[in-house]
Ligand binder design. Structure first.
Ligand code: PGA
Length: 254
């Protein structure tokens, strides 16, 4: 049995003060949620990491960064390093989010360097992969996902893969209100699991957690999470509100 994982990606939303307003009711709501069944994670903007981390003390919430540079320090204006995150007690990071790939032009090669650096620092990584609408319409979606996974994980040996979660996030479903149907999502998740069997082995393919992202809301979460190969969700817009994010977390339990 793979433990479910529900992550909230706040993107460029919430000041530290607004993060605090979210955390106060949210930590109360999740008190009764059994963490043997589900990991609950929040990925706030870097300036709010400290506040969210402080409110997470003692209640088992995972707190991570939305991105990081692969170097420990140096002349990289505007960047945040793994060492800086470590100093806040942060050891989770999202890498390869489609907004990083498409808006900020991060390549598979750059993402691969970041993954290697994160694992070298003993971080847990949520590696996002996903095709654009055009790639799906021209039936290239499987090839795109394969390329993103194979190049992203090129240097990662089997003994280090347990710290990786894959998030399948079709670009056309992110922030658009268009969700992949549970059947379409399940089909891709099953394909990703098969890829892991080839890249690593059957045991790893069975254990790797593959979560879905793209317009996950309280009303569609359950039907997605019921699918055998969907191990959780990465939630953007609906994670900004403590009640709706809680409802998504709770749909794992129901
Ligand atoms: P969304 O974002 O839920 O707002 O579509 C998901 C994500 O980008 O992780």
């Amino acid at each position: 049995m793979r433990k479910k994982f529900i992550g909230g990606n706040w993107k460029m939303n919430k000041t530290p003060e607004q993060a605090k307003e979210f955390m106060i009711p949210f930590v109360e709501k999740i008190k009764a949620i059994d963490r043997d069944i589900v990991d609950i994670a929040l990925f706030p903007p870097c300036l709010a990491l400290n506040v969210v981390k402080n409110y997470s003390e003692g209640n088992g919430l995972i707190v991570g960064s939305q991105n990081m540079h692969y170097k420990d320090n140096g002349a990289f204006t505007g960047e945040i390093s793994p060492v800086m995150l470590e100093s806040l007690g942060i050891d989770w990071v999202i890498l390869g989010h489609s907004e990083r790939r498409h808006i900020f032009k991060e390549s598979n090669e750059l993402i691969s360097l970041k993954i290697k650096s994160a694992l070298d620092h003993n971080f847990h990584v949520v590696l996002c992969v996903g095709e654009t609408e055009e790639q799906r319409l021209t039936s290239r979606h499987y090839d795109v996902i394969k390329e993103q996974l194979e190049s992203g994980l090129a240097d990662i040996t089997a003994d280090r893969i347990s710290n990786v979660i894959v998030a399948y996030e079709p670009v056309w479903a992110i922030g658009t209100g268009k969700t992949a149907t549970p059947e379409d999502a399940e089909e891709m998740h099953r394909y990703i699991r098969r890829l892991f069997k080839g890249m690593y082995n059957k045991d790893i393919a069975g254990r790797i957690r593959i979560i879905y992202g793209g317009s996950v809301k309280p009303k569609n979460a359950e039907s997605l999470l019921l699918k055998e190969d969907i191990d959780g969700a990465l939630v953007g817009g609906a994670s900004l509100n403590p009640q709706s994010f809680f409802e998504i977390v709770n749909s794992v339990i129901d």
